[in-house]
Design a protein around this ligand. Structure first.
Ligand SMILES: *Cc1c(COP(=O)(O)O)cnc(C)c1O
Length: 379
């Protein structure tokens, strides 16, 4: 399969596997796995936090981050489409006794500051205690605009809310910002940096600088190693020493204490050292894919008006397909060995999601476009 389903599907490469084989190991529940400790120290230092915790998944690190900051009967404000609200089995409520207060995501993934203000409950026994604001960056591939992020942090500070960032793809956001033309703070109203074909790779330092800037002011940040960074397993939670101590306790309670976890953490160390600046390559591939599909959708009568391609945002492309075409097209793409995911929209159209990653190259994108072309040209 040429697999565009997710950036989670990558297999560790030769050099990453070698680093896993050679990693010194201990027992991380006793706190003496040197590779886990090294990863945690490196990640914390890299992103400007006191401490970090290596955990099994992004779902677990979101849960641990939010549970470490909120108690029973506390409330978290987050997006209606936030991963932590919608895609994590209701864990906040089930395991944390934390009340989610979802509000609509704006199309760019942000939460309106007015709506956040309106959702904050007064200190009154009728209400849950509004304690935390959780944001997601990137959101469906979109980079939260830097000025917005700044305003949201100021608001949280003003009203006394703690903040959690679901930064599953934090470094995709950082790589995109690091490639933006200098002086351009806004991702709105310009071509994605990755869209300019002759753009060069940002430096690792520049990516790290942007990532630190995004993270500054958040009490907890969750970051996935197993997505664009190409690791087989794992996420990292970043926070103060005190919050990480609390998260460690809850992780144990959830059955998430791992033993010779260094074998997995080694992949994380390798990825943080080698895979940050290359993320922009994934973004370029996504831009190539969306531009190619857009061109096809215009050129072929079979697709005209029935296929809407949304411009790539970081490493994701979304394509909306009219209901009468959707089944037939999906069968063709499936039968040709292309992997992607899709979801039904409220208007009945099918939305396909195509994700680029470390294990896909230009050839794979051209191959996918050729298969689309063979479908479009067959009437
Ligand atoms: C994938 C993802 C997660 C959860 O990660 P898992 O490792 O699959 O549990 C959380 N948030 C976002 C935005 C994600 O894309």
């Amino acid at each position: 399969m040429t697999d565009f389903r997710s950036d989670t599907v990558t297999r560790p490469g030769e050099a990453m596997r070698q680093s896993m084989l050679e990693a010194p190991l201990g027992d991380d529940v006793f706190g003496d796995d040197p590779t886990v400790n090294a990863l945690q120290n490196e990640a914390a230092e890299l992103l400007g936090f006191e401490a970090a915790l290596f955990v099994a998944s992004g779902t677990q690190s979101n849960l641990l981050g939010i549970m470490s900051l909120c108690g029973r009967g506390d409330e978290v404000i987050l997006g209606q489409m936030a991963h932590a609200y919608r895609w994590e089995g209701g864990g906040l409520a089930v395991l944390g006794s934390i009340q989610p207060q979802p509000i609509e995501n704006e199309p760019d993934g942000s939460l309106s500051l007015d709506r956040i203000r309106a959702a904050i409950k007064p200190d009154d026994p009728h209400f849950a205690r509004t304690r935390l604001l959780a944001l997601e960056n990137t959101f469906h591939g979109r980079v939260l605009p830097s000025p917005y992020l700044q305003q949201a942090k100021s608001l949280a500070q003003e009203v006394g809310l703690l903040m959690h960032l679901d930064g599953a793809r934090l470094f995709n956001a950082a790589a995109e910002l690091a490639s933006a033309p200098t002086g351009d703070e806004s991702v709105e109203g310009r071509q994605p940096a990755s869209g300019t074909s002759n753009a060069k790779l940002p430096t690792r330092d520049a990516v790290v600088r942007e990532a630190r800037r995004i993270c500054a002011g958040f009490d907890t940040v969750s970051l996935c190693l197993s997505k664009g960074l190409g690791c087989p397993v794992g996420s990292i939670l970043l926070a103060s020493r005190e919050t990480i101590a609390q998260a460690r306790r809850i992780r144990k309670m959830l059955g998430g204490g791992l033993r010779q976890a260094g074998i997995l953490a080694a992949a994380g160390r390798f990825a943080l050292a080698n895979h940050l600046e290359r993320l922009i390559e994934d973004h370029r591939l996504a831009t190539r894919l969306s531009a190619g599909l857009e061109q096809l959708a215009h050129a072929h009568p079979l697709l005209g008006g029935r296929v809407r391609v949304r411009p790539a945002t970081t490493n994701m492309v979304f394509v909306d397909i009219e209901p009468t075409l959707a089944g037939e097209l999906a069968s063709h793409l499936d039968a040709s060995g292309l992997g992607f995911t899709s979801s039904r929209q409220t208007n009945g159209w099918l939305r396909q999601r195509w994700v680029t990653h470390l294990d896909l190259g230009t050839d794979d994108v051209e191959h996918a476009l050729a298969i689309w072309r063979s479908f479009a040209g067959r009437d």
